[in-house]
Design a protein around this ligand. Structure first.
Ligand code: ZN
Length: 70
């Protein structure tokens, strides 16, 4: 069962862009393509692939992450 209050966030290690991807579900968490354990995500700002995921437990954590406090 998926926690409906969980929001998946991403932090680009290259340009520092922080974004909210949306609710955590099977569509977001695609299985790794070729051996790697990083999801196939790209930064929508710079196209970098060094995107660190953060699973926010509710809106408070999500806002804290977006403000750089997580
Ligand atoms: Zn980026």
């Amino acid at each position: 069962m998926i926690d409906q209050s969980s929001m998946l966030c991403a932090h680009c290690q290259r340009c520092g862009r922080r974004s909210v991807l949306g609710r955590v579900d099977a569509a977001t968490l695609t299985p790794p393509a070729e051996g790697g354990n990083a999801p196939r995500l790209r930064c929508d700002m710079c196209g970098g692939r060094q995107v660190k995921l953060f699973n926010a437990q509710g809106p408070v954590e999500m806002l804290a992450f977006l403000n750089g406090r997580m």
